[in-house]
Design a protein around this ligand. Structure first.
Ligand code: AMP
Ligand code: MG
Length: 487
């Protein structure tokens, strides 16, 4: 079905090592992303039993050569010299219909040489969460890994309690992480480091190869890509939750949907992850953390730069500092879209700051606020204005803000600008309590809520009745206050 190549496998060991999947008891297909398979160049799609066998690892797909990838990483600021794929296997790369090389990886397919204490498996809950959230991000046009398949294993995995097991198939532009570079660097394996950097350039940033210093150009390109990514996340209230350097992709995609969550009531200090006690990865800390991760990336590249010693460090530092400018420019663009203002508007940042403070102080739900604002911009009726004011505990203050916003020449009847506003403001996000509801039902054997939710979050601008029902913020008793890695 897929025709695999194995370019990464030609890089020096132990960047990757051969490893077979451990078969599961009774694989059953839950979901298969046929449009994505077609994009990856899949010809014939076989029957479900074959898909279940392939995407559980019980059978090796023709031309696949499973390998576990090595990487290191800073986890919550602490360096771990060897992490690696402890429960994942790269099947190989496919060149998709746009000529782009993409990794296909099984997650939950059994132990590998990198497993340490873990069982190499994945519970069903995190598999469904990653499926829903990564496909939503893709529908929003936010760079992300994708979901190709999900299969239940027919086995139990023991976490706090026994849970059903599952295997997830992830598609990524690559699985090269900041931690992959740290892995080569900490081993002082300059040959592996250089091979890795050359591979990353060829694969993700081919224009860097022609720069005067290709490795400095690689750093600059990754900095820019990450700055844009984090700005996109924040524009829809996404909190990654575990921005360790091993979860920071060199391709600039969102990767590793562990304890991620979308912010409901706007609060810059919001953090959901149960393991993030110190709120290291809180909503508003994300740009600073991304920059910190990129500084760790820069450190690994120092031996490869044209300039050595202090001059090299100064150049790398400059490159990291450029994060701020790229981030602010992208954020300004996104603010203008979300508020329905012209791209060149000078008011976007100040108005957004004002609205954020309204949302915070008036305890407003972020997604509902922007959705209501979009409706109001489309047709400024009293009814729509009241719907917006109903979202805040401080309607008077919001009324004053609305006047300033309208004075700044909002989208109104300008079709193009309104379309941009709509694209910036989804009707629906995968709300934490809805994701949890889908997982809970699946644990009782009912996948219908998962399919329904997947259907609506992958059409995030559709205003259907079903979308509206699932888009509503959690009432108090439904609130999800904590999320878990679930590994
Ligand atoms: P993650 O939290 O998924 O980013 O994983 C961090 C590290 O722990 C990676 O090296 C994973 O491969 C490893 N890991 C997570 N869960 C398991 C598991 N169930 N078995 C083995 N290794 C695991
Ligand atoms: Mg990870």
């Amino acid at each position: 079905m897929l025709s695999f190549e194995h370019r990464y496998a030609t890089l020096p060991e132990p960047l990757s090592v051969e490893c077979a999947a451990t078969p599961v008891a009774t694989p059953e297909l839950i979901a298969f992303n046929a449009p994505l398979a077609a994009e990856l160049g899949a010809d014939e799609i076989p029957d479900e039993a074959t898909l279940a066998a392939w995407f559980s690892g019980n059978q090796t797909m023709p031309s696949a050569k499973p390998r576990a990838l090595g990487y290191a990483g800073h986890q919550f600021g602490n360096f771990v010299p060897q992490l690696g794929d402890g429960r994942a296997l790269l099947l190989g790369e496919v060149v998709d219909q746009h000529g782009k090389r993409r990794d296909v990886q099984l997650k939950g397919s059994g132990r590998t040489p990198f497993s340490r204490g873990g069982d190499g498996r994945s519970p069903l809950g995190p598999v469904l969460r990653e499926y829903l959230v990564s496909e939503f991000m893709a529908a929003m046009g936010i760079p992300t890994t994708r979901a190709l398949a999900a299969v239940t294993s027919g086995e139990r995995v023991v976490r706090q309690l026994p849970e059903p097991g599952a295997v997830f198939t992830r598609v990524a532009s690559s699985h090269i992480r900041v931690g992959t570079f740290q892995f080569a660097a900490v081993r002082r394996d300059e040959a592996a480091l250089k091979a890795l950097a050359d591979h990353a350039i060829e694969r993700h940033y081919p224009e860097a190869a022609n720069a005067q210093d290709p490795y400095l150009a690689l750093l600059e390109a990754v900095v820019a890509r990450q700055a844009e990514l984090v700005a996109r996340w924040m524009s829809i209230g996404f909190i990654h939750g575990v921005m360790n350097t091993d979860n920071c992709s060199i391709a600039g995609e969102t990767i590793d949907y562990g304890p991620c969550a979308f912010m409901e009531q706007f609060d810059p200090q919001k953090a959901y992850s149960s393991v993030d006690q110190g709120k290291r990865y809180a909503f508003a800390s994300q740009p600073g953390i991304a920059q910190w991760n990129l500084a760790r990336f820069a450190e690994t590249l120092l031996p490869l730069l044209n300039e050595q010693g202090d001059a090299g460090v100064a150049q790398a530092t400059d490159a990291i500092r450029r994060f701020d400018g790229v981030f602010s420019a992208e954020q300004r663009r996104l603010h203008a879209d979300k508020l329905g203002l012209a791209a060149e508007s000078n008011d976007a940042d100040a108005l957004m700051e004002g609205l954020e403070s309204q949302m915070h102080q008036g305890r407003m739900d972020m997604t509902a606020t922007f959705d209501a604002l979009t409706h109001y911009a489309a047709s400024p009726s009293d009814e729509r204005r009241d719907a917006l004011l109903a979202l805040t505990t401080q309607p008077q203050a919001l009324t004053a803000w609305l006047e300033a916003w309208q004075a700044a020449q909002v989208a109104g009847q300008d079709d193009e600008r309104f379309a941009a506003m709509r694209r910036g403001n989804p009707v629906i996000i995968p709300r934490n309590h809805r994701v949890q509801e889908a997982i809970d039902a699946a644990y009782d054997g009912d996948f219908a809520p998962f399919y329904t939710l997947l259907g609506v979050v992958t059409q995030p601008f559709d205003d259907s009745t079903e979308a509206r029902r699932l888009a509503a913020p959690a009432i108090d008793s439904e609130q999800v206050l904590r999320t878990f890695c679930g590994t």
